[in-house]
Design a binder for this molecule. Sequence first.
Ligand code: 26M
Length: 820
Amino acid sequence: NGSAVVTSPQNTVEGFVKEFLRELSFGQGVTLERASVNDQYLALARTVRQYLMARWLETLQRQREAQAKSVAYLSAEYLLGRQLDNALLATDLTEVVEEGLASLGIELQTLRDQETEPGLGNGGLGRLAACFVDSLATMSVPCIGYGIRYDYGIFRQTFVDGWQVEQPDNWLALGAPWEFPHPEAAVTVHFGGRTETYDDEGVERTRWVHDWDVLGVPFNYMVPGYQNGRVNTLRLWSAKATQAFDLQIFNSGEYVDAVRAQTFAENISKVLYPEDSTPQGKELRLQQQYFFVACSIKDFVDYVLPEDFDLHRLPERIIFQLNDTHPVIAVPELMRVLVDEKKWDWDEAWAVTQQCFAYTCHTLLPEALEVWSVELMGRLLPRHLEIIYRINEEFLAEVAAKHPGDDALLERMSIIAERPERSVRMAYLATVAGSKVNGVAALHSDLLRDKVLPDFSAYWPDKFTNVTNGVTPRRFVRLSNPALSELITEAVGVGWVTDLERLRGMEPLADDQEFREKFRAVKAHNKERLSTLLQARDGITLPADAMLDVMVKRLHEYKRQTLKVLHIVTLYDRVLRGELDPATMQKRVFAFGAKAAPGYHMAKQIIGLINHVGATINDDPRLGGALTVVFPPNYNVTLAETLIPAADLSEQISLAGKEASGTGNMKFALNGALTIGTDDGANVEIRELVGDDNFFLFGLLEPQVADLVAAGYQPGRYYEEDPALKRAVDLIASGTFSGGDGSVFAPLVQNLLTEDRFLALADYRSYIDAQDRVDAAYADVEGWTRSAILNVARSGFFSSDRSMWDYIDRIWHTPPVVSR
Ligand code: 26M
């Protein structure tokens, strides 16, 4: 038994202090007296991970023995957030560590704040992957997360005069104590070249004569379950130049050029692409996708599985879950391994491959569906392109046999698009290859079936299913909201952390005056905590006793941050016109957090607009501090953890039919904010669960949106017909927020009045009316608190543990492997 060689340090203050001091001296090479905060943090991290090590080795051992089926989650992004606190929670060491450090004169919080979060994701999709691996570890389900170890994660956002400026995110600069590099276990991945056929003892086969290669070095991360003795693995790949690559170039005699050429290979895992929609079809991005997927398949087949394993039984041991289309190139890669390397027949390889994949779609925007030009794919991955063509040929032949003569259908369902450029439709490839296709919220799955992939769902009705997203209650309640956690535990016991439906037990307490007072004290405490953080982090001062109204998410037109701005400007206008008295109106703080893709100009305009509106309003004495706009830069997981627990109102205002799910919406409800939202994504399910009385619904419904667009939407008419809207738009257009210069936001205003792709103006009136209802509801302190408590009590469904059970039940069929 391999686990016998490792023993955890003693689970006591003395045991911890001893190990911590050892890590400081032997790990960091410093004395306590001379240790910097970073030394202390690194030593602490390495001490805490010692407590996880025996469990990790034991988990691997147990899994090997059980020969159980594993989930291989394939995701180009993992937005993990800080690791220290999560590891302390998993090991239940927080108090021991706090006390031990205090005995050395060190504050735990100072060391927590020293950690740079690994921001290896853009937003919802990457954070979802992180929640899912947390839940699987907590549920003792075998899972390996596979992804990319980007040297630079999502950019650090700064504002210069209110405009976004991006800085590199050098998250590895101060050391990376949570990772375990394994250069000795590197695998080689090939690119380029051509294919040729050859005679293999009378059988014609194809081989790939590749042109260049890259090494994939695995970096392992622990994924600890919550106090259950289980630690799963996240394996992120980092690109290195191979020996062959080096030799080839160094032999040319151009030594300096050769060293420079090395960086070409290593560029592959250099940086995370910061777009979270409208993929650009960049060659490096396809290299990244193939790189991590080829490494992962090789890793699983050659190293995770036993040496003598019969690959015909692969579906008994693995399900590759495709997190959107980014890893879909794994499908032709597995086919290539089975057909070219293992020399299987096409049909038997295809039968196995189809059982090994399932696909999750995360979007509804047509421009976000990934396609790769045949030209590019043929150049980079010629054999994979051939395999995709063959998959398509056989698939279309099957369709043609069932629907003779329907050429239009064949054209619509073809994996290869002919226009505007011949290209591979990755979502179609995923749908054809996958055993299941799922959307991420009930409405989204319906729309996916009926609007995005209607021909495929008619062809394979049983392939399509829904799994509504969830979030981990460990990070987003237990760790991020200690005060609420204590109150919940008082009310329903400790079991809620792994069984979130137990929050239901709080429902009756919504009617308990004393409990409501405690609940308000929690909110007040969290606001104070946020206030302290923003002051220290950004020099932002939050006014006291204001409603905290929060909109945090990526900046995108479909999410409609502009609609939020129109509300703020409308309130401003009402005060200036004397319709509202700043002395008696509801005091509000509007908090924004949002990164714009660096090349997305309209999104950057909107960031500029929010900051300029904020600067004007915050400084206007006529408002008497009744309205405040704050926009702390660089919204990330760490900031979310303090911001969300303090919120009163959650803004989920995307145009109906555009937000696949949303997961921020769930975090807010679980932390006792009320939602103002459209009938979109998971908002639909949140409202059903918390009840109409505890949710502010507004806006067009998805079918109404479809009708309005079909009839020819004219935003200018809403502008002309609603005087308040006209005044709000005119204030922006006239330069009120840009020093009198109307040209600054002219492109944005022009776009709103003539195009408004996401119908902000159509939903304006409904939104303003709903916001007025919010103000009235907030004035009823007891009623609001009651609603907030009910939001918490009824949101247990949104645990990612439940999402995982749904995947297991509907798609994966991977039972937990329980402890001996
Ligand atoms: C693709 C190609 C090239 C570069 C980047 C990308 C890319 C990266 C991330 C495209 C999309 C990406 O993320 C999309 C995303 O985050 N979608 C969100 O997924 C959440 C989890 O399911 C949902 O809750 C959100 O509604 C959905 O917008």
